[in-house]
Design a protein around this ligand. Structure first.
Ligand code: ZN
Length: 422
């Protein structure tokens, strides 16, 4: 803890920053940022039940100590989310820093080398469930927000801090609820998820598709009298996968992995001595920008029909329900992206290529609104949801500094490149 003051002094303010920018960034200290994340990890918010109240209270108290009153909202008791504002919420643009404060379960404790809810520091890294996904982003965004508040930075428009519940479930008690209540109305949205501190501008869309294949039930002692739906499914899936996979892999889009199809769950039959008359597979199809659910289903249907004509007769049903979100797909030359690239280069002293986010984020609930959406946060997505999840303190502080600089530049009183260009 004694390193607090020295770490602030040690920050070499890049010459490309203004005096005020340099002061704000230098005020974001390693010890304070790390301590905030440790407290967030120690307040469990893992599923089940995904109770975010304790972790939200950590942020409430942190902001209160700086004289900022936060709003805590919940559609039901355990699903608490926090909103706080700098500047005038009635004035555009509204720049929203959004990150989720709930986490997935720790899983098998035997696979962790630390207490998942201890927030232990080892060799410059903080360990625990949520260190990366997504309490690291909550901490970085809150520290950026606090640094701007403490410095009294005057801003045009408003900076909104949103720490939300229920992302690791349906988002219905978190982001979707807040959006539908009119509490989240960003003009510019920065979603904190693990991008290794790179600016991500695109995301695929997840579509769930169910395939059911029908056979003919019979006594298990007389399989010749029936048609085994599990075997039919196995043959048809393998045949389809062999043909579909190369097509999907050839479909690419800048910054994103190719389109994909995953067979996530299979169910079939009643018990061991009955020939199963149906078998169902739940599939996860990830759509690139430009792809639609209808086209993806048509493609699968065409292959199954071809299988049915050429290989063996196949009776099946294909089913998909629910709202399909739009792809996050912010143009590379959008003024906000250009500002973000510049701010990142100024903070890190290096150019970092734009990227895409491989998973899906809560940003998708705003993707149809045509607003610029960036995904940015510390930690490697590969450690999210895994044992020994961690984030480096250096990266955490770098993220907070980048976010503070970005907000200052997007919401600067004198020059507002985003509004000027639009
Ligand atoms: Zn996440």
């Amino acid at each position: 803890m004694s390193s607090t003051a020295s770490s602030a002094r040690a920050y070499p303010v890049p010459p490309c920053l203004t005096d005020q920018e340099g002061q704000v960034l230098a005020s974001i200290e390693s010890a304070e940022t790390a301590a905030l994340l440790q407290s967030l990890i120690q307040q469990r918010s893992d599923y089940p039940p995904g109770d975010t109240r304790g972790a939200i209270q950590v942020v409430v108290e942190k902001l209160a100590a700086a004289g900022i009153q936060a709003e805590v909202l919940a559609p039901r008791e355990q699903k608490a989310s926090l909103l706080a504002y700098l500047g005038d919420p009635a004035q555009a643009p509204c720049l929203t820093f959004h990150a989720h404060i709930d986490t997935v379960p720790a899983g098998d404790l035997g696979r962790w080398s630390v207490d998942p809810f201890g927030g232990e520091v080892r060799a410059g890294k903080i360990y625990g469930r949520g260190a990366g996904d997504d309490k690291g982003s909550v901490a970085a965004q809150a520290m950026a927000f606090l640094a701007l508040a403490r410095a009294g930075v005057q801003m045009k428009g408003c900076l909104q801090l949103a720490a939300v519940a229920d992302e690791e479930s349906s988002a219905l008690d978190g982001t979707v609820w807040l959006r539908d209540q009119g509490k989240l109305k960003p003009d510019i949205l920065v979603v904190g998820e693990q991008t290794d501190n790179r600016v991500a501008i695109a995301e695929r869309v997840a579509v769930g598709i169910d395939l059911t294949v029908f056979g003919k039930g019979a006594h298990g002692a007389m399989p010749w009298a029936g048609e085994n739906a599990i075997l039919k499914m196995a043959r048809a899936l393998t045949w389809m996968q062999d043909r579909l996979l190369p097509r999907l892999q050839a479909r690419t889009y800048p910054h994103l992995p190719p389109a994909t199809l995953n067979f996530g769950r299979i169910q079939g039959g009643i018990q061991w001595n009955i020939v199963p008359d149906s078998c169902k597979v739940e599939m996860d199809r990830r759509l690139l920008p430009g792809e639609t659910r209808e086209a993806a289903m048509h493609e699968i249907r065409s292959l199954l029909d071809e299988y049915s004509q050429r290989i063996e007769p196949l009776r099946y049903e294909l089913f998909s329900q629910g709202e399909v979100a739009a792809n996050i797909n912010t143009p590379e030359d959008h003024p906000v992206v250009i500002q973000a690239n510049q701010a990142l280069a100024d903070v890190t002293g290096e150019g970092r290529p734009l990227s895409g986010y491989v998973q899906t984020s809560d940003g998708r609930w705003f993707a149809s609104q045509g607003i610029p959406i960036l995904i940015f946060g510390p930690s490697d997505p590969a450690v999210a949801h895994a044992p020994d999840e961690h984030v480096s303190i250096e990266q955490l502080v770098e993220a907070a500094r980048f976010l503070a600089l970005l907000a200052m530049r997007l919401l600067a009183r004198d020059t507002n490149p985003y509004k000027e260009t639009n």
